[in-house]
Design a protein. Sequence first.
Length: 241
Amino acid sequence: MKHKIRLGVNVDHVATLRQVRGGTTAYPNLLDMVKKSVKGGAEQITIHLREDRRHIQLADLKLLSKECPVPLNLEMAATPQMVAFAKKYRPDWVCFVPEKRAELTTEGGLDVKKGFKKMAPMVEKLQRMGIEISMFIEPSIEQVEASYEVGADAVEFHTGKWVHLTGAKKTKEWKRLVDAAEWANYLGLNVHAGHGLDFAHSKEINKLPYLQEVNIGHSLVCYALEYGMEESVRKMRKILK
């Protein structure tokens, strides 16, 4: 059965639990959790190789580039070193994301307009290798247009702000998401979304026009404490049909 919205499972926080002990334990086993996610219905696996290596390690990218049973989406900062890693390990997708050392998690979208000159040749290099490119951005018309101009295949909207707002502010942010999604589709960009999505908000994200993919991680790892990884992903997959 073809699903309307592709589910990408971000396994960063599986690695977080491992790294809490300095990476000295073999558990939780990242590849095992990837396989359980796929069994539960994940159609893509997402990892963020951060500069500070707080969770995903280079060895994880190397392993999953060979062993991941579904397409691999690599989130990364727009730096020459990360581009070199992407060229070497060839994930199916690269999602350019902003990154600050002190942040607990990705705090907002990438300023594609500001970083255009730097990112344009990176996009071209990776696309020549058959890697598809997305830009993790705020639901902003300006950033959608910059993503189109830089040559991206998709935009992934940062949904974290919408998740945490309430009342009229939440409604206003939803309108921004809808407007940005409609403009992205008009320009021919694939529409993706992610950050902060739990079961309740995933029911709502179904309503976003032209949405083709979501990437969800933290909530699924948390739900796994109660349901197990496979069942948590299965529950999310059912919500996204």
